[in-house]
Design a protein around this ligand. Structure first.
Ligand code: FAD
Length: 513
């Protein structure tokens, strides 16, 4: 071959212009890499999903007539890292040109950019995936400066003419977020459709991980539930549009411990397929819009707008924040948080039912939905002052969809406020009452959600006030948060002290909670 082209594990985009033409002078290399399973301790299902999807992608390319060199962990074990593997393959196939798609994670982006390949012409191209072109990121986002997601999102709606009537938003409003706050009743829970899951045989991959001593967390499953091919990803997308989209927005923030459907509810679970680029974001948006337009009113505007906002808005927005601020972003720790993550983050064994549910299902499925990530595990870490680097590592490892460009702004930014408000305009801090309102977790909890003090009091309540008190100088002036101090100031001094003492006790005994 004259040209070697690298396809990374999250670049499984069959519609990329590379693949329009079959060329025998081009060899594609796809490799299971030790550096990629080692840079963080991942959930075993996450590794299986990526490896399995990569192998399927390689096979699909071969079926279409392309030349592909697939390396398993066995084959790539001889190389120290990606550059040394590339160098070796270049020599073996005597290629004079090396092409790669710009990587989305800073780590790989830099590794590929600084790689020196004597006597080889190196070309970097776009991954043809995102809706905001890479070159425009610096026009829309400035390092160290907050930009409102809502403004960005409106711009994207206009740019792509999504849910627009000319210059105006469909239905006269840009945002139906306020209608997305319903809780699930017992009857609602009984109506949630069964999640569509797959049963992909990943036993060979599991053996490989064992053979190479790859460290991992979470429940190993020989039958992987995640979609690992274009066909499966499309099936999941169709299923979502048909059965879940009609209630997506309404129950977007709801949580339940109930039954076999509680872990996924009305969420699409498409994040892995989109982030691995098996699905294009506009393909997903178009499918949802089509379902909406042809649903005879079964799907209302608030549902589809809520979904579009996540993909056209949030997903593109956090990527902009990431690239405008890296590599400094990875070091930000605005609230000077330094505590270690308690060990129940790897076992789910805590008396706090909300946490044990959210962590337990994360270990079982490599998945939790947004509000569980933000308002259960994230909120607990925020209130307890856990080091954002440790929080990042946990999220980056445990979720099937976790890639740094999207994980980090969500975790370090939105959830931990460690970026001082580059992503969000307030800290997402809450006491037990929020969990009580949005879930059924509190009913069977060993702690009492109504109490702030005493051995049985929900730890979140005192931790919340401890957090607000500790950071008063930062949040008092925040228009979205400042008014909360009026409630605090109205409390009797001895009551306030008792709450702060309980918060301190919880922090001192964090492993026992
Ligand atoms: P749905 O609820 O069905 O939403 C549809 C799609 O919208 C998702 O597939 C995703 O592509 C997109 N989306 C929704 N919210 C966001 C968001 N805040 N940022 C970016 N895209 C969004 N998402 C990841 O893809 N990878 C991560 O590593 C990740 N880490 C997170 C960490 C924290 C602390 C928080 C609060 C959120 C994180 N998210 C992450 C965002 C969000 O929680 C997930 O995208 C979502 O839960 C994936 O499940 P789903 O496909 O069922 O989403």
């Amino acid at each position: 071959a004259k040209t070697l082209r690298l396809v990374l594990g999250d670049q499984l985009n069959a519609s990329h212009s590379w693949f329009k033409r079959v060329d025998d002078d081009v060899l594609y290399v796809i490799a299971e890499l030790h550096q990629e399973v080692d840079y963080c301790v991942h959930h075993v299902q996450k590794i299986c999903a990526f490896f399995s999807a990569m192998a399927n992608f390689a096979e699909a390319l071969q079926r279409a007539g392309h030349r592909v060199h697939y390396l398993t962990l066995d084959d790539s074990a001889a190389y120290a890292d990606l550059p040394s593997l590339i160098q070796s393959v270049l020599v073996t196939c005597q290629a004079t040109v090396f092409e790669y798609q710009r990587a989305d994670e800073y780590r790989l982006f830099t590794q590929l950019r600084v790689m020196s390949l004597p006597k080889v012409r190196v070309e970097e191209c776009d991954s043809e995936h995102f809706l905001l072109p890479f070159d425009e990121i610096t026009q829309q986002f400035s390092a160290g400066k907050h930009r409102r997601m809502e403004n960005f999102y409106r711009g994207m709606r206009q740019r792509y003419q999504v849910l627009m009537d000319g210059d105006s938003p469909r239905g006269g409003r840009w945002n139906f977020d306020s209608e997305n706050r319903n809780r699930l009743s017992v009857d609602d829970i009984a109506d949630v459709p069964e999640p569509l899951v797959f049963a992909n045989d990943v036993s060979a991959i599991l053996h490989r991980l064992e053979r190479h001593g790859v460290k991992h967390i979470g429940r190993p499953e020989t039958k992987l539930v995640w979609p690992v091919s274009r066909r499966q990803a499309k099936e999941l997308l169709d299923y979502f549009c048909r059965y879940l989209l009609p209630y997506f927005g309404r129950f977007q923030d709801a949580m339940t411990a109930g039954g076999a459907t509680g872990w996924s509810l009305y969420h699409s679970r498409l994040s892995f397929a989109i982030n691995a680029k098996i699905l294009h974001p506009m393909q997903v948006i178009d499918a949802a819009l089509y379902a909406f337009e042809t649903s005879d009113g079964v799907i209302d505007l608030a549902q589809v707008e809520g979904f579009v906002r996540q993909i056209l808005g949030w997903r593109e927005f956090v990527r902009g924040v990431y690239w405008a601020n890296m590599p400094r972003y990875a070091e930000l720790n605005n609230l000077a948080a330094s505590r270690e993550l308690p060990s129940y983050f790897w076992t789910g064994k805590t008396k706090m039912r909300c946490l044990s549910q959210a962590i337990g299902q994360s270990l079982d499925y490599a998945y939790a939905h947004h509000i569980q990530r933000l308002m259960v595990t994230g909120n607990f870490c925020l209130l307890s002052g856990i080091d954002p680097a440790a929080v990042d590592q946990w999220y980056l490892g445990i979720y099937v969809d976790a890639l740094e460009w999207v994980e980090m702004p969500n975790t370090r930014g939105m959830s931990q406020y460690a970026d001082g408000g580059l992503v969000g305009t307030k800290a997402y801090a809450a006491g037990g009452n929020y969990i009580r309102k949005m879930s059924d977790y509190c009913g069977d909890c060993e702690y009492r959600v109504k109490d702030k003090i005493g051995d049985k009091a929900c730890p979140l309540n005192s931790l919340y006030w401890g957090f607000m008190h500790r950071h008063r100088y930062r949040f008092a002036a925040n228009p979205r948060q400042g008014m909360i101090y009026k409630n605090w100031d109205k409390m009797a001094a001895d009551n306030k002290q008792a709450i702060l003492d309980r918060a301190q006790w919880c922090l001192d005994h964090i492993e026992e909670l």
